[in-house]
Design a binder for this molecule. Sequence first.
Ligand code: XCC
Ligand code: SF4
Length: 625
Amino acid sequence: MAKTIQTIEEKSIWEDARQMLRRAEKEGIETAWDRLVQQTPHCSFGESGVCCRLCTMGPCRVSKKAPLGVCGADADVIVARNFGRFIAGGSAGHSDHGRDCIEALHAVAHGETDDYTIKDEAKLLRIAAELGIAVDGRGVLEVAKDLSELFFANYGSQLEELSFLSRVPAKRKAIWRNLGITPRGVDREIAEMMHRTHMGCDNDAANTMLHSARTSLADGWAGSMIATEVSDILFGTPSPRKSLANLGVIKKDQVNILVHGHNPIVSEKIVEAVNDPELIALAKEKGAAGINLAGLCCTGNELMMRQGIPMAGNHLMTELAIVTGAVELIVVDYQCIMPSLVTVGNCYHTKMVTTADKAKFAGAEHVKFEMDNGMAQAKKVVRMAIDRYALRDQARVEIPEGPVELVTGFSNEFLLEALGGTVTPLLDAIKAGKIRGAVAIVGCNNPKYQQDFCNVNLTRELIKKDILVLVTGCVTTAAGKAGLLVPEAIEMAGPGLKEICGSLGIPPVLHMGSCVDNARILQLAALLADELGVDISDLPLAGSSPEWYSEKAAAIGTYCVASGIYTHLGHPPNITGSEVVTNLALTGLDELVGACFGIEPDPFKAAELIDERIKLKRRGLGLGE
Ligand code: XCC
Ligand code: SF4
C-alpha cells in the first residue's frame, strides 16, 4: 500500500481525478486523501484488531505487556469478536437494502403504490416457481404477494434454512451442515452475532469465526440475492447496453444531477423524473440545455446495468465530482456516501438531498421517499436541482474531457441465453483451457492505494492469462475507464479468451452489477458446479477485492470463501493481532470450507497467486493447462 504523503499523480491513476485534485488543492478543498494524512499513523491497536470497546470495564487494548482485557479476554477473542461485528455490519447493509426491495414488491402486490410496478413478470413467475410457490392460473400480483411474504420470512426465525439454498450444490450444503453454519434467517444470524460478541458469550475465536461465515452466507445467499432478484423483478433484468464512464459525463450546459448510494428504489424514480417533459421544459426555461443524470458508486451500477445511465465515478470520485463546480444536486439513499460531500457541496452551489430516514446527513435536505410517494418526491428533487442551476458560477466550472465507452448489463439470464440456454458451452471452453478460469473482482476504492491501480492492473493481468473477469461495484468504473468493458478489449486478452469472447461478441471483462449483484456470481458458480456434479470449491474460480474498504466488502469476501471460492484481498481486515484468527483466514478455512483468503497488495503478484489457485483447481478436475 502507498505511503501516506502522496503527490497528485500518486493518488490516482486517472487524469480526470488528477485534474480535480489539482483544482481541489487550488481551491483549498479537503478530500479523503488529505484526511488520510491527518489520520496517519493509524492506531496500531485498532489496526490489528486488539482494541475492545464492548463494555465499560474497558476499553481494553491488549499487548504483550497486558495480554488480557479486564474480563480476561485475550487477543484471539477480542479480534474474533471485532471481526464478527464487522461482518454483521456488512451483512446488515446489503440485507436491509434487500428488505427495502421486498417492501416495494409487497406494496406493488397489495396495490398500495402506483409508483412501482413489476417490469419483469416472467422473472417473478420463474423465481416464484423455483421457490415452490404455485403459479399456474394465478395472477401476477397474487404470486407477488406470496413471494414477498416468503422473502420477508427469510429475514426472521421461521425458516430452518434460507430459500435460495435450493441453489446451493449438495456437496456445499453438506459442508455447511457438518460445520453447523447453514444460514437460517438473515436478521437472526446478525442478531446472534451481536449476542455472541457481548461480554461473556462466545469466547472461542474459531467458533465466533464460524458464525461470521454463517452470517455472511445469509447475506450472500439471501440478503443480497433477494435484493438482486427483486430489483430485476421491479425494474427489469439487465441485458447488454452501452454506456459511458468518467467525470466527462457531467455536462457544462445542463442541469447536472448525480445519484449516489445503492438501492434502485430511489434512483429509478429519479431517472423517470429527469425524463419528464414538463421538467425538461422548466430546465430550458431556466437557461439550461436539458437535465443530465449520472451515477456514482453502486446505485450508479444499478442504473447503468438496467438503463445505460452514464457513470460519473466510483467511491473516491464522489468528492471530486462536486469539484467540477457543475453539479446542481446530489441525491443519495445509503451506504458509502462520505459525510464530507455536504462540506464539499457547500464550497459550490451543490445541494445534497437525502431520501432515507436511516441515512440522514447533517447539512443536507431530507426528502423522504416512501412506497407511495416515490414519483412525487423524485420530481420535487429534480425541481430543486433545476432551481440551483441559476446559482452555478460558470466561471468556476471545470469538467474533465472525454468519457470512455463501455458495455454493461451481463445478467445470468443474458449469459445463459447467449450460450444457448445452458452453461455447457462455457464449461466446454473451461475444459478446453480456452477460458482457464473465472475471477470476480469486486469492491471499492481506498485512499491507502493509488486509486484503481490494483483494480485495473489485476484485471489486465488476469485476462492476459485467459481468465475471464467478472466485475461488480466500484471496480466496474475502474475497468470501464481503462477500456476493458468493450468487446475490442479482447485484444488485451490471451488467445483463448479472445477467441471465445470474440465469437460471442462480448468483452473479456463482464460487468455483472452492483455489490449486492455478487449474488449473480454465486448463482453462476453454483450452476457450473451442478452441471459438473462437483462442489463450488472444485471449480477454477476466485474472488478478489484489491482496494476494498467497507464492512460490506468484508462480508462479500467471507461469503465467497464460505461458499468455496478462494478470495484475494489487497490488505487484511483488522485481524492481524490474533494468530488464531489470521491463520484461520489464510489457511485453516481451506480445510474447513475448501477455500481461504490470500493477501497481496501488489496486483501483479496477486495475479500470480490467483493463477496458482486456478491451476490447482484445474489439475484437481483433471483438466490440462
Ligand atoms: Fe461502496 Fe457499493 Fe465498495 Fe463501492 S464497491 S465503495 S462498498 S459503493 Ni460496493
Ligand atoms: Fe475489556 Fe473484556 Fe470489556 Fe472488552 S469485554 S472492554 S476486553 S473488559
